[in-house]
Design a protein around this ligand. Structure first.
Ligand code: MLT
Ligand code: MN
Length: 312
């Protein structure tokens, strides 16, 4: 099983198009230790030939261009792709907008929860992916699923999805009730356990998570690898940076640092490799020379970059 992080930034990417904060500026000017990143997506392959994408980011065209494994093989038909399926972990723009770039009547399968499938259904622009060519399949929680391509052939990638504390997508919030609690545990946001047929060890992919609770800690015990929500380092980071009004918690993202942050909450859970993904352009760990980057490394975590790959 090969797992490749093809996009390690949060929504907006790094640098973000309209961001003039010091980190985006540093990425633009090519400052040492500050690397650009595309938006949130992971690819997995059991046979090295067919690939399953986990989330379809708005940067998918660029991600395919910089990932030869995701391009048509030289001896493949005139129109073809090694992408067999796309699994969606929520309906956020950074996770579904890339579907629109996968039009062109190319068969592959979409897997998602009932809530996320309903969002695709409710937005007719997604009909550019004709369901007769690109079937939409329900990903049932807490059940192992052998992912198949559009024709029902197994990809060799086995997943199990589970709800995590999270939030509905920003554009689905009820603006008439701005003070409402938008938190949700019911499958608006899911985590995924990715494994191969008969494979040893599995990768957990959780790009959005509002809280680490006892159930999640138990689930992650003895995981070979965890790819976890690394949106913000401190909860009020966007406010302090002066770029926004929202805390990480308000966006459904648990901060890395702090007494209840992800580093502390997972410190005593046995995990082989722990890697932060979905990193926001305000997160100081994006600067490899920062004290925060050093603190994350000292705590046993890695900070994902685009193209990072692992094999199981
Ligand atoms: C998030 O992860 O909170 C969303 O991707 C934010 C957004 O829609 O940009
Ligand atoms: Mn996001």
């Amino acid at each position: 099983m090969r797992v490749k992080i093809i996009g390690s930034a949060a929504g907006g990417g790094f640098p973000q198009w309209n961001c003039n904060y010091r980190l985006s500026r540093a990425a633009r000017t090519g400052m040492a230790g500050v690397h650009s990143r595309t938006q949130s997506s992971v690819a997995a392959s059991a046979d090295g030939t067919g690939w399953v994408l986990f989330n379809a980011s708005p940067d998918i065209r660029q991600q395919i261009a910089q990932t030869p494994e995701l391009q048509p093989a030289h001896d493949a038909p005139l129109r073809s792709t090694p992408i067999r399926a796309v699994v969606l972990t929520n309906a956020d723009v950074d996770h579904i907008a890339g579907l629109l770039s996968l039009r062109e009547r190319q068969p592959f399968a979409i897997y998602a929860t009932a809530q996320v499938l309903a969002t695709l259904e409710a937005n007719s622009i997604f009909n550019v992916l004709d369901p007769a060519i690109v079937p939409r399949r329900l990903l049932a929680a807490e059940k192992e699923a052998a992912l198949c391509d559009a024709n029902g052939h197994e990809t060799g990638v086995i997943v199990e999805s589970f709800p995590v504390p999270g939030k509905i997508a920003l554009y689905l919030e009820d603006t008439a009730h701005p003070d409402a609690d938008f938190s949700s545990d019911a499958g608006d946001t899911i985590g995924i356990r990715i494994a191969g047929v008969g494979g040893r060890g599995a990768v957990f992919y959780i790009p959005g998570c509002a809280r680490v609770d006892a159930a999640l800690r138990a689930r992650l015990a003895d995981a070979a690898c965890l790819l976890f929500d690394g949106t913000v380092y401190t909860d009020d980071e966007m406010i302090v940076a002066g770029v926004g009004q929202k805390t990480g918690a308000r966006m459904g993202h648990l901060a890395m640092s702090g007494a209840v942050g992800s580093i502390a909450a997972l410190a005593d859970v046995r995990i082989g490799r722990r890697i932060f993904v979905h990193i926001n352009n305000t997160n100081p760990v994006l600067d490899e020379n920062s004290a925060e980057h050093a603190a994350v490394k000292a705590a046993g975590w890695e900070v994902a970059g685009d193209g990072m790959e692992m094999e199981f």
